[in-house]
Design a protein around this ligand. Structure first.
Ligand code: PEP
Ligand code: MN
Length: 363
């Protein structure tokens, strides 16, 4: 059972509800505060066998908005009241919520200092303060480039600071990468911020998920597992949240199919409203790793843009996309990277589709 409180509820009201809950045998109340970018949401979760606990006792208490019995598995990441806007969260001055779209364009894999600098320069030119940079790369073949690892972090963070980049989405494949990132951020004087990316291949690496959840400083971009059910991926996010970190963005990136897909993965962006209905998490789409090429349709628009548009028109609030100033020299995923002239087109495309989405809601 979850007791959801009105915004700005007093501590006394929450404590009093908690004391009442404790009187029921076998029930442990646990308080959660979501300090969101849009609002602070307070919930009291009653742990234990709540079948015998009547909801009416709590419903009539001052400050209580709603009491829900949850059979849902997603106690923490779940959206228990569809009428309430998700609280979102704020990190390093950037809001992650459903009110707008954040564009994370950047290098799939960090290769040279020069390419990182050129990328940041282009982003800054277009007032973008968010990006992606892969330092630790999980690759299918052990002979492929595995990423520069901790070695590149000092200059990536220094350059990010120089160009006003606020948040870098960076995949971690092992818990010690979190420490390396934190140490490098500290050494850089917190020149920028990092969002820890869980890659599709680690979607059920439960020990990694727990370690990521145990730290509350860095938010998380969780990428849907490519070969597991959506429910399993949402449960994986619950692992992160249940360890203490609820600041998670859920990223769709396509799924494996046996159908000889013309794209690298089968685009699953029709699941944006499904994830939004079931959870509070802002939803990101990654058209680069879904589509996997820069091929263009007869209308002159690339498959990557078309796929991205599908996600945005369905309410996605973040886009993760591979970009490279010299894709021919990229050490990973060059063929699917957007190029310098694509960047203003990307921004215009995102803005147009988002506006259309907002107009459709108003209809
Ligand atoms: C990536 O974004 O760099 C990546 C490897 O993606 P995914 O985990 O979705 O394959
Ligand atoms: Mn890639």
């Amino acid at each position: 059972m979850i007791i959801m409180f009105e915004t700005g509820v007093s501590d006394t009201a929450v404590v009093s509800a908690s004391q009442i809950a404790s009187r029921f045998e076998g029930i442990t109340p646990r308080r959660y505060d979501y300090d969101g970018s849009l609002q602070t949401v307070t919930e009291l979760h009653l742990l234990g066998a709540t079948e015998a606990v009547p909801t009416e006792v709590f419903q009539s208490l001052p400050g209580v908005r709603k009491v829900v019995r949850i059979s849902a598995r997603y106690r923490l990441v779940g959206r228990h009241d569809p009428s309430v806007e998700s609280p979102g969260f704020k990190y390093n001055g950037v809001n992650f919520d459903d009110r707008g779209v954040k564009i994370f364009a950047g290098l799939c894999a960090v290769d040279t200092r020069d390419h990182v600098e050129q990328t940041f320069q282009e982003l800054a030119k277009h007032n973008l303060v968010t990006t992606r940079m892969g330092a630790y790369k999980p690759r299918t073949s052990p002979y492929d480039f595995q990423g520069l690892g901790a070695e590149c972090l000092p200059w990536v963070f220094e350059l990010a600071g120089k160009y006003g980049i606020k948040v870098i989405s960076m995949e971690v494949t092992d818990a010690h990468h979190i420490d390396e990132i934190n140490r490098a951020l500290e050494a850089s004087g917190q020149a920028t911020g990092v969002m820890l990316q869980v890659g599709t291949r680690n979607a059920q690496n439960f020990e990694l998920l727990k370690q990521i959840g145990r730290q509350k400083t860095l938010p998380v971009l969780f990428k849907r597992g490519m070969g597991i059910t959506l429910e399993e991926s949402l449960n994986a996010c619950e692992y992160i949240a249940s360890e203490g970190n609820p600041n998670i963005v859920f990223c769709l990136r396509g799924v494996k199919s046996h159908l000889g897909d013309p794209h690298r993965n089968l685009v699953d962006f029709a699941h944006v409203p499904v994830v939004r209905r079931q959870t509070k998490m802002p939803v990101c789409v990654d058209p680069s790793h879904s589509v996997g090429s820069s091929r263009v349709a007869p209308d002159g628009i690339s498959d990557i843009f078309h796929a991205m548009g599908q996600g945005l028109i369905a309410g996605a609030s973040m886009v993760l996309v591979d970009f490279h100033p010299c894709p021919d020299k990229a050490l990973c995923d060059g063929p699917q990277a957007l190029k310098i002239p694509d960047l203003p087109r990307l921004i215009a495309y995102v803005q147009r589709v988002r506006s259309a989405y907002e107009e459709l809601i108003a209809l």
